[in-house]
Design a protein around this ligand. Structure first.
Ligand SMILES: O=C(CO)COP(=O)(O)O
Length: 226
């Protein structure tokens, strides 16, 4: 029902993708046939192939028609103890099979209050830059302050822009593609704050959680990104 409402709300001039849990990928791929909405997954294995029971490789995701995969979401980092290096390895494995990783970085509230925001996001991105080297220009980056995810506390456009600018500078030092790379903001993006966030020079789109579960709200947010 969510997808059909979304399909009806289109077409979009912004790129729109839905990243769904593994068990729903196949049926979502089918439902999106012929649609401009792209498919993504929410995680992948760091291993390209081999005996890793229970893991889902980016090759499998690519087979299912995934164009994107989220890696390093704060919930994966926090609840599954994913290190910066593991996240970087997942991004590398995704690219190896033509799936674009959406690499999430972001600080916790304690880290922000300790003045460590820049330090944390730069450390998280540095691992990815170091691991991907010349392929770094192929990723999508997402800044998701942990304190803003699912809490209703959105980073102000200025707060988000400040971090995005730092990340863009770090990318600039690593690749000539930095200016055209996408840096998404995620964390309580809603219909009423999306336009202001997306108007910032270094915010190129959003990674939407809760608001994407209501097709009408998601449609407003997608329109704000055009
Ligand atoms: O984690 C998020 C998207 O991946 C953000 O979630 P919310 O938009 O619900 O805060």
């Amino acid at each position: 029902a969510l997808l059909s409402a979304l399909k009806e709300a289109g077409p979009w001039s912004a790129d729109v993708a839905v990243c769904v849990p593994f068990p729903y990928l196949a049926e979502t791929a089918l439902a999106l046939t012929g649609q401009a909405i792209l498919l993504g997954a929410q995680d992948c294995s760091a291993h390209e192939q081999g005996a890793f029971t229970g893991e889902v490789s980016s090759l499998m995701l690519s087979d299912l028609g995934c164009r994107y995969v989220i890696v390093g979401h704060s919930e994966r980092r926090a609840f599954h103890h994913e290190s910066d290096q593991l996240v970087a390895d997942k991004a590398k494995a995704a690219l190896a099979h033509g799936v674009t990783p959406i690499v999430c970085v972001g600080e916790t509230l304690a880290e922000r209050e300790a003045g460590q925001t820049e330090l944390v996001v730069k450390r998280q991105l540095a691992a990815v830059i170091h691991t991907l080297t010349h392929c770094i220009g192929e990723i999508v980056l997402a800044y998701e302050p942990v304190w803003a995810i699912g809490t209703g506390l959105t980073a102000s456009p200025e707060q988000a822009q400040a971090v995005h600018a730092v990340l863009r500078m770090q990318l600039h030092a690593a690749t000539q593609k930095s200016a055209s790379m996408r840096i998404l903001y995620g964390g309580s993006v809603k219909p009423d704050n999306a336009a202001q966030l997306f108007a910032q020079p270094d915010i190129d789109g959003g990674l939407i959680g809760g608001a994407a579960l209501k097709a009408a709200d998601f449609a407003v947010i997608c329109r704000a990104a055009m």
